[in-house]
Each structure stands twice: as C-alpha cells, then as structure tokens.
Design a protein around this ligand. Structure first.
Ligand code: ZN
Length: 349
C-alpha cells in the first residue's frame, strides 16, 4: 500500500507520499531533498525539506496551539495527518532527522554512469507474439547485446532480467532505483491485433515517455504493455494509472521530463536510416506502469512491430538485433555527452 499524508492550513495543502521524493503544494509538485519515511507510526522528512514548510499565522487564530513534542533535542516529529487539520495557530517549522544523507545530485543532472536495461515481459508472460517469435525473446536478445556494447564503452550496466523469467512491472523500477540508475530503458516490441492486410501496413519503431496520452493509439499501446499486471495478479494490479500514480507521475515529469525527451531525441537520430521505419513522429507518451516508479529519466522503446512480418524478420536475426543494440548504444553515448555538456555550461564539472 502507498501511504500518503497531507498537511493542511488555511492557505496551503501539502501532499506527501511515503517513499516518494516529491510533495505537492496546492497541486504544484516540488522536489524534496529526500523521500518522506515512515518509522514507528511517525512520518519523517529531511531537515532541508522541513525548512520549506512554514505556515503563516492566521489573523483569527485561536490562542491554542497543539505543538508536536521534540523527539530528541533540536528535533521535532511530524505526526501522520490523514484528515485535514484545523488551522495551526503558530508557524510550524518541523525539524527532523535524516535517516540517510540525500544525494547531492539527482539522476538526469549528474554524470550518466549507470544504465538500467529492462527487457520487457519474460517467463509466463511472453508479451506480444508474431508468426515465428515472441516479444520476450527478442527484447532479451537485444538487451544482452546492448549490455555488452555499453559495458565496452565504460558504462555500469544492469539488466532487470538476463534470462527467461517473469518479473512484475513494479519490481522492475524498484530494481532500477536500488541500482541508483541514471537512465532506465525498457525494451519492447509493438503489435496490433488486426486483419492481415493491416498487419502488413502497420510497422515501425517508436519511443515512449511517461505523460498523459494524447491519442487513443498511445493509450492502447500502454494498456497492452500494462495488461500483464492484471493478467498475472500483480499486487495492486491495474492496467491504467490511479490518481495517486498520476500524482507521482506529474511530480516526476517535472524532474525527468526534459532528460527523458533528450534521450528520445538521441534515439531518433541514431535510428534514422535503419531497416525498420519510424512510426508516426517516433515519440509518444502514455501511462506505462513499468516506467511509473523509476526515479530517473526513463524511456520505453518499441523496437518494431512483431505483428508485421518484415519488422519481425529483422528483429529475429542476429544482424537485426546487433544493429538495434548498436543504435540504442549510440543514443546512450550521445545522451551522456549531452548531459555532460549541459553540466559544463552550469560549471558543474
Ligand atoms: Zn511489451
């Protein structure tokens, strides 16, 4: 279960979620130095974040103040408040301990070192099926080559799976967070359920970021990729985003939107002129569950349509898989350089 809590005053409503390093102030998301943590019935937030929270003393306040007790000298606990509370009569400036030191820089603004590759599906979940192949096998093969390519270039590379096993969607982002990734790449093959005539026409690669979908087509692709969650009884499973997930998503979009799009630009460049064609503009967005929990720039790649014979044939060959991995690796490398240059303009290097 995701635990959320709010601090409400006459002017402000601050919303937090345990484990998520963002808060929403009156609906606007703000990054926190550190995710709030739940410990022994108390919510703890970082001192740096607590300093951002202060309520103005209301004019008509009653002279009764319910202050929280200091836990240790110089520290104040914030207790869980699930219901809106009466207006505080004093400015509240909670000061709390830091369970662990926050990172100096967040993924997307620091140097790009750790790449998390997520071969979609696996095990009992084959993903989409073509005439001669299954999505789970193609993406694993490409992922393994990509891992080698990137490791050769000096990246620290992690795979969410390196064999034919089933991993829940939510677990994939958890792994990426544990590994402290700088970029999350989820590999997939697209598919349509249509007449043979249409399957011949619909082909191409496309790159997806998390955002509110702009058309039914993108929505349908996300629903197909998310369907595994409900199909195999994943905890809290659903194939569309809940309000809380959109809340988390919007907060993260602020943080990682720019760099996720930067990576799709590099992908568009490196995929130019390949055997598989570009579908539409090449970039789409929707609520992909696998990307929701990742605390880093994250892109889902649909390599091509497994339901299209031409795309499938190319994705099945060693040459095709090597070529696709090479193009993604080139994009990662260019992305790394772009982030590095950006840092230089900020004088960070
Ligand atoms: Zn897929």
């Amino acid at each position: 279960m995701q635990k959320t809590f709010s601090i409400v005053s006459s002017k402000d409503t601050l919303k937090f979620a345990v484990g998520i390093p963002y808060m929403a102030r009156n609906g606007l998301s703000m990054a926190l130095a550190q995710a709030p943590q739940l410990d022994n019935g108390h919510i703890w937030i970082a001192e740096a974040d607590a300093k951002k929270i202060s309520f103005k003393k209301p004019e008509t306040a009653a002279p009764k103040a319910e202050e929280t007790k200091p836990a240790r000298p110089g520290e104040t606990k914030i207790t869980k408040q699930l219901q809106p509370k009466p207006v505080e009569t004093k400015p509240v400036t909670p000061v709390v301990v830091k369970p662990k030191a926050p990172k100096a820089e967040i993924a997307g603004t620091r140097e790009v070192r750790t790449i998390v590759i997520d071969p979609g599906h696996g095990g009992k979940d084959p993903g989409a099926s073509g005439k001669r192949s299954q999505e789970k096998d193609i993406v694993l093969a490409v992922a393994k080559i990509l891992k080698k390519n990137l490791a050769d270039e000096g990246f620290n590379v992690k795979l969410t799976r390196n064999k034919d096993v089933f991993i829940e969607l939510g677990q994939r982002a958890n792994l990426a967070n544990q590994w402290d990734g700088d970029l999350f790449i989820s590999l997939h093959c697209n598919a349509i359920d249509a007449t043979e005539e249409r399957k011949k026409i619909i082909q191409g690669y496309q790159f997806y970021v998390l955002r509110a979908p702009e058309n039914e087509e993108d929505k349908a692709i996300a629903r197909r990729e998310n369907a595994v969650a409900t199909l195999y009884g994943e905890k809290n499973a659903k194939d569309e985003l809940s309000p809380l997930e959109w809340f988390k998503l919007e907060a993260r979009l602020e943080q990682y939107k720019q760099t996720s799009y930067l990576f799709t630009e590099k992908l568009l460049d490196s995929f130019e002129g390949g055997k598989i064609k570009k579908m539409n503009t090449g970039v789409g967005g929707a609520g992909f569950m696998v990307l929701v929990g990742a605390m880093m720039p994250a892109v889902l790649i649909e390599l091509g349509f497994i339901s299209n014979e031409e795309d499938e044939a190319y994705m099945m060959t060693k040459t095709g898989q090597q070529d696709l991995a090479d193009r993604i690796a080139e994009a990662v490398s260019n992305y790394k350089d772009a982030v590095h240059s950006y840092r230089e303009t900020l004088g960070r290097n």
